[in-house]
Design a protein around this ligand. Structure first.
Ligand code: FDA
Length: 393
């Protein structure tokens, strides 16, 4: 079959790219090996899809070239996507940090994208395996389990490696390498961290406890959100956000009492209640079981505040305001929301998403070396880069 554009991947970026190209009058075929389009959209945001954010800035993204995202985010903004959501009568609400979620179901977003694809009669072929792609004088020949597709432009929107159960594969990276492009090393992002055995022993029993913390890693930004203790380690938004910035083997810094200067707080507590035991005081400031576990791990003596010397108080204060926790690792792609790294953006035009060295080859979405923060940014990147690729392919 001959068409103008083949899109590989019927996920967030692929559907947006297909709808955009089809509305320009291009004949478009979307190929995906999955049984269903937009599987990640369907499970995102706890089934309500955090589809974008009220404020989207280039600094909300990690990319080896931080300027790369600017053009696409300007060409298709969060407000453009919000308008489409409104046109389709999808009601939504704002949560903390400007995150926008569907009121009802993530299914509404998939339905909307499929309806947009329908407007331009883009054809979506599911359960289709890609066997081979070759570059010809006129474009590309895509050999699949459902026949041969010949196209002028090829958009690779096959996503990253997170959640292989949902159909994630390294295919986009392999294809990029086939065409001579560099793939930046990949690793799990927005991912829970696992604890070293000696920490696990103290903190595993806290599984289910959450508290507001400020977490940072490797001189990245600090994130003040919930931290959740799990059976294997730590998770929750503040940890997931910081995980994007943590290098292999590096610690994270956790401020367990981000709105307090613990040194001042301890001094005042000692003046007011000199006879109070340390654990009693810490249990008023932190969940009781966490206070107990920290005391055991740090070997703080459960003495009256007046009996603690300055060095001990300083140590307690610096730990509570800047706990240096060295994780064993992370939970990997099995639970990661995104993949860091990917197709090197230096070889892609930021204005069109076309590969600089192969005419007609475009990339969209997470397959590229662009990763957003938690909060709707990864979908915004998929919409924006998909729109730009679809406008040019
Ligand atoms: P995406 O992964 O969506 O699509 C890729 C498509 O390519 C898939 O349909 C796949 O089947 C197909 N494909 C892969 N290999 C193929 C092959 N070899 N042959 C054919 N087809 C192939 N982001 C956000 O902003 N807000 C949120 O609420 C969430 N929530 C969330 C929850 C969970 C559990 C996860 C795992 C992820 C999120 N995300 C998120 C991240 C978000 O889902 C992700 O960044 C986007 O879906 C990326 O869109 P893409 O289209 O690039 O890839």
């Amino acid at each position: 079959m001959k068409c103008d554009v083949v899109v590989i991947g019927a996920g967030a970026a692929g559907l947006m790219a297909a709808a955009t190209a089809a509305k320009r009058g291009r004949s478009v075929v979307v190929l995906d090996h999955a049984k269903q389009a937009g599987k990640k959209i369907l499970i995102s945001g706890g089934g309500r899809c955090n589809f974008t954010n009220m404020e989207v800035l280039p600094s909300n993204f990690l990319c080896t070239n931080p300027h790369f995202v600017k053009s696409a985010l300007a060409q298709y903004s969060n407000w453009d996507f919000i308008s489409m959501v409104c046109e389709h009568g999808i009601s939504y609400h704002e949560r903390d940090h400007g995150q926008l979620f569907c009121d009802d179901s993530a299914k509404d977003i998939v339905k909307m994208l499929l309806a947009e694809c329908d407007k331009g009669q883009a054809s979506i072929r599911l359960r289709t395996n890609i066997n081979d792609v070759v570059n010809t004088e006129f474009g590309f020949r895509v050999q699949t389990s459902n026949g041969l597709f010949e196209c002028q432009s090829l958009i690779v929107a096959s996503g990253g490696l997170s959640m292989p159960k949902l159909g994630a594969t390294p295919y986009g990276y392999q294809l990029a390498q086939q065409f001579g492009l560099t793939v930046m090393p990949t690793r799990a992002g927005l991912v829970p961290l696992t604890l070293q055995p000696e920490d696990k022993q103290h903190f595993e029993p806290l599984s289910g406890i959450s508290l507001t913390t400020t977490v940072s890693a490797n001189q990245g930004p600090s994130f003040t959100e919930q931290l959740l203790f799990t059976h294997r380690g730590i998770s929750g938004p503040s940890v997931l956000q910081a995980s994007n910035y943590r290098g292999v083997g590096e610690p994270v810094t956790v401020d367990l009492l981000p709105s307090d200067d613990v040194s001042d707080k301890l001094t005042q507590a000692r003046e007011k209640h000199p006879k109070r035991l340390l654990q009693t005081v810490l249990s008023e400031w932190l969940p009781g079981r966490l206070a107990e576990a920290l005391m055991a791990k740090q070997q703080w003596p459960n003495e009256q505040l007046c009996q603690l010397n300055k060095m001990q108080l300083d140590n307690i204060a610096s730990t509570l305001n800047g706990w240096q926790l060295k994780p064993a690792g992370d939970e990997g792609y099995r639970t990661a929301e995104v993949t860091l790294g990917g197709v090197d953006t230096d070889q892609i035009s930021s204005k069109t998403m076309e590969c600089k060295t192969v005419n007609g080859l475009y990339f969209a979405g997470e397959v590229m070396d662009v990763t957003g923060w938690l909060g709707g940014y990864n979908f915004q990147w998929a919409w924006a880069s998909g729109y730009v690729a679809g406008s040019n392919a």
